[in-house]
Design a protein. Structure first.
Length: 141
């Protein structure tokens, strides 16, 4: 199921980027970001109203700063829609994907944010290098 959710999420990220970029062209970037998050909030609240899968007292056991993920989301949406407007969908998603992968790699190998630290191997470094080379080939051909 994890792979299915990853594939669906990847597809939704591409679709979201296009929709957000088009909305941003029409109404402006920051209003677009606001609308996107309000629509997402409404859907999340509706799903939570039926699912109720969380214990609200659990917030006391989590560092307060973990609830700030929505702040990152604002800049993710703004950055993605701006990148798509300026670079096009494929190039923007390529750069986004590599940046996300490098960020995740650094988190894993350093054990940041309480993630179990993982050793680096040559295959991982080669994979990252090939992705960066791939973006270069895509960009300059």
């Amino acid at each position: 199921m994890g792979i299915l959710f990853a594939v669906l999420s990847g597809t939704f990220i591409a679709l979201q980027g296009i929709f957000n970029a088009k909305l941003g062209y029409a109404v402006g970037a920051w209003l677009s970001v606001t609308v996107v998050h309000l629509v997402g909030l409404v859907l999340a609240l509706l799903i939570y109203a039926f699912k109720r899968d969380a214990d609200l007292t659990a917030f006391r056991r989590v560092p307060w700063y973990y609830s700030l993920g929505g702040l990152f989301g604002v800049f993710v949406v703004f950055g993605e829609l701006t990148a798509i407007q300026q670079l096009g969908v494929t190039w923007a998603i390529c750069v986004l994907l590599v940046a996300q992968l490098i960020g995740a790699f650094l988190i894993d190998v350093n054990g940041w944010f309480g993630v179990k630290q993982k050793p680096v191997n040559q295959g991982q470094l080669l994979g990252l290098a090939l992705m960066i080379i791939g973006i270069g080939i895509y960009t300059f051909t």
